[in-house]
Ligand binder design. Structure first.
Ligand SMILES: [Zn+2]
Length: 88
C-alpha cells in the first residue's frame, strides 16, 4: 500500500531585499502545501511565509528584511488580483 509522501523540491529563490539567488530545499505535502524549507546556499536564511519559500541574505538587518517582505507581499497581491480596493 502506498502512503502519500511529502515531496522535497530543490528550488532557487532571490533574496527579498537584493534579489541575490539562493538554493532552497522546500518540502511540500502531497497536496502541494509548503511544509518546510531550508536554504542550502551559504549566507542566506529563510524568511517565514506560509505560501512559499522566501530567502534573505544574512547580511541584511531584520527591519530591512521585514520592510522588503511587506513590499513583496503587496506586490504579490497586486499581481494576483485587479481589485481596486485599497486601505490607505
Ligand atoms: Zn540580499
Amino acid at each position: 500500500m502506498n502512503t502519500p509522501e511529502n515531496k522535497n523540491v530543490a528550488e532557487t529563490h532571490g533574496c527579498v531585499v537584493c534579489a541575490k539567488v539562493f538554493s532552497v530545499l522546500a518540502v511540500y505535502t502531497p497536496g502541494g502545501k509548503l511544509l518546510d524549507c531550508t536554504v542550502t546556499s551559504p549566507g542566506g536564511h529563510i524568511v517565514p511565509d506560509k505560501q512559499q519559500p522566501l530567502v534573505a541574505c544574512n547580511t541584511h538587518p531584520e527591519d530591512e528584511i521585514e520592510s522588503a517582505y511587506k513590499r513583496w507581499q503587496s506586490n504579490n497581491k497586486m499581481k494576483g488580483s485587479d481589485s481596486e480596493y485599497e486601505n490607505e
